[in-house]
Design a protein around this ligand. Structure first.
Ligand code: ZN
Length: 471
């Protein structure tokens, strides 16, 4: 069976190179060189959006595992780049040409090096089977759709503009066929590198648990369109039996490598606790009104009411020397070429407000801009609504904006990131006892047992290394 898999993969790779007109004609639209250029072009956008985890030892460890797999792949000649993104989201993806990404959110969930090899091998499979290239050729249709979205909600569309291609082609995942093929390729590469492949389906079990836990929010990222997880686990188990690989599991090596990584949102992304948004880096909090949805990114908060149509967005950054609320808003108005005059607002903390009218994709819109400089931080709020309903909606915008205030010491403590700590188990201890240091709601002993790959068992083995989440 294993040999059959290798053969199948070669057929696909060969087909796109030599026979571009037999139904796989899209595959040959980009040369290998163009693929590499595409990846290199999109890479800075990915780094800008997520940030790279500032932990050289973790980065080097992941790259070392990745290089071993790449060397045994169908395209060992590519120059692979392995990046650990500073994102709490559980995700992994690849760009054409050999750019492979895993998030720290994903690293925290894994329990050994073999599992990591399975995930990275899967992403290398997307690169070697040229799945990204296929998807690239389908972009034209997407661009059309995006044009429509832009016309309706210009600010929202702008939100998705960050590295569009990378997002649609890779972060949202591929079709079922491509995912299953990458599962096979990943397992094949992990086996060839000497890993015990019976570890590989554990990651899908983790996904399945997270899917169950997700309260309606579900997964975004590549897992959203992945095939039914339960079926995929069954299939992986069968593949693992057919190709057991070597003896390498690497639990201790893996856990030592990820000791200390942050867990949860980065300080400049902010954290939503109940109905409060808390941004530690820029020392600002606000109340999210009932019925509004919050999306966070580094230095950005987007609020939209259910039903959409309008948007309230805050961008936060560090202030430059001499900047005040007044200079910031004057600069923005000058940039827009607006004659509007900024007014002292009703906001108690000295923010400046100006209304400007604009035309977005042929539709007249009203925009209320608020600039607030405090303690070395700049917050710029852009609230946008169709011009016809602007006057009616503006009070709701103001109501949100007036809740912008510096964090209280208690909120600052809540906004602080947690860390993953690796501990050696003392005889007689239980997961319930170990979980006591974890302040996250719902993280009890049972949760910690699953988090450590113990399938709900109440006690870890004495002397084993385990993960706990602690402030
Ligand atoms: Zn995939």
């Amino acid at each position: 069976m294993g040999r059959w898999l290798v053969a199948a993969a070669f057929v696909v790779v060969a087909a796109c190179a030599v026979n571009p007109v037999t139904g796989r004609h899209q595959l040959a639209l980009l040369s290998a060189e163009q693929e590499v250029n595409l990846g290199a072009h999109e890479h800075p956008g990915i780094l800008k959006q997520y940030g790279e985890l500032q932990a050289p030892a973790v980065r080097e460890y992941v790259a070392r595992v990745g290089r071993q797999l790449a060397a045994r792949s169908h395209r060992p000649e590519l120059d692979y780049h392995f990046t650990v993104l500073d994102s709490p989201v559980l995700n992994a993806f690849a760009l054409p040409g050999g750019y492979v990404y895993v998030t720290r959110g994903l690293l925290a969930e894994l329990n050994n090096e073999a599992e990591l090899a399975g995930v990275i091998g899967h992403e290398i499979g997307h690169v070697t089977a040229r799945h990204g290239v296929t998807r690239y050729t389908q972009q034209a249709g997407y661009q059309l759709l995006r044009g429509v979205a832009l016309a309706l909600e210009p600010r929202l569309a702008n939100w998705t503009q960050l590295s569009d291609l990378a997002f649609t082609a890779t972060v949202r995942g591929y079709g079922r066929k491509e995912e299953l093929q990458s599962d096979e390729l990943g397992l094949e590469y992990a086996a060839a590198a000497g890993y015990d492949t019976s570890q590989l389906h554990h990651f899908f079990e983790t996904l399945q648990r997270r899917e169950r836990d997700a309260d309606g929010g579900g997964f975004h990222g590549l897992f959203a369109t992945h095939p039914e997880t339960a079926q995929r686990i069954e299939r992986m188990r069968a593949l693992e039996r057919a190709r057991p690989g070597g003896k390498l599991v690497g639990r201790a090596a893996y856990l030592r490598a990820i000791d200390g990584i942050p867990v949860g949102p980065a300080p400049d992304q902010g954290r939503v606790v109940n109905n409060r948004y808390l941004n530690l880096r820029h020392d600002v909090g606000l109340t999210i009104p009932t019925g509004w949805e919050a999306r966070t990114a580094r230095g950005r908060l987007l609020l939209t009411p259910r039903g959409g149509g309008v948007a309230w967005e805050a961008r936060m950054r560090t202030a430059r020397a001499g900047e005040t609320s007044q200079t910031v808003i004057q600069g923005l108005l000058a940039q827009l070429g607006s004659q509007a005059k900024a007014a002292w607002s009703r906001h108690p903390h000295g923010a400046q407000v100006a209304d400007v009218e604009a035309v977005a994709e042929g539709r007249p819109v009203g925009v209320r801009i608020t600039a607030w400089v405090h303690q070395g931080h700049v917050v710029v709020v852009t609230a946008i609504a169709p011009r016809v309903s602007f006057a009616r909606i503006a009070p709701a915008f103001d109501q949100i904006t007036t809740t912008l205030v510096p964090l209280t010491p208690r909120e600052a403590a809540l906004a602080r990131p947690f860390h993953l700590r690796i501990q050696r188990v003392r005889a007689g201890t239980t997961f319930a006892k170990l979980a006591e240091v974890d302040p996250t709601p719902g993280h009890d002993g049972r949760w910690l047992s699953y988090f450590n790959g113990y399938e709900g068992a109440p006690r870890p083995r004495a002397n084993d290394l385990v993960k706990v989440i602690a402030p």
